[in-house]
Design a binder for this molecule. Sequence first.
Ligand code: SAH
Length: 255
Amino acid sequence: MAETYPIGTIHLVGAGPGDPDLLTVRAARLVSQARVIVHDGLVDPAILAMARPDARLVSVAKARARHTMPQDAINDLLVREALAGNDVVRLKGGDPFVFGRGGEEMEAAQAAGVKVEVVPGISAANGAAAAAQIALTHREDASVVSFVAGQCKGLSEQNWAGLAGKGRTLVIYMGVSTAAQISEKLMDDGLAPDAPLAVIENACRADMRVLRAPLAGLADLVSREAVKSPALIIIGEVTARGDAALTQLALEAAQ
Ligand code: SAH
């Protein structure tokens, strides 16, 4: 006679931007108790090291993000595990619902009748802003913050006019390889070539770098400094506030 198992739950868990200290308490508990963890490439090894020794860790990203498992296959894997009776911790960099495809995984689970729990994480924008001591909003300089994807549809199909400029902060995810097109797009929209920006690479990790340039110098900065993913571009007056040298000292002290 076939045994019947209760269906497991899929926990969509944000792992934050890197440092394990920036996990929520709930995420830390789920990671340390899970028997099955399905994680993507951005999750820091120090966080995976918190898993039980007998946990099954499944990576859905190979060394290069380009070879990520297709999203449908990830959805199927999560649902299959849950239907087999396993609780699954689906661990994602940052927050599951900010450029994390958490919505697609949630919908796949719901369509299969599998229960989902979503645990928010500190998104790269919040982590990077804190670590680089750049306030995303400031009463003097910015009362609007936008998060955009600097790749694919985000770059080619979206109208960014009005997202950057006076009183506004624009945070661009996944924009390193398209930095030249991004600065062109924004200047075509009327943003000043000398609008200040910061590029934050490996935020909240030991090898974090914070680089600054005017908008017109973005592509140059990225190639000269060989900026690599993961990195964020923050555009707006808030990036020019304070003393960059002090920020650098704070970064060194934190390491
Ligand atoms: N869900 C994630 C975003 C995934 S998209 C979140 O909420 O943060 C991947 C992009 O996030 C990267 O290309 C990069 O732009 C950004 N990113 C993720 N971690 C980062 C980090 N530690 N430092 C800088 N940028 C990061």
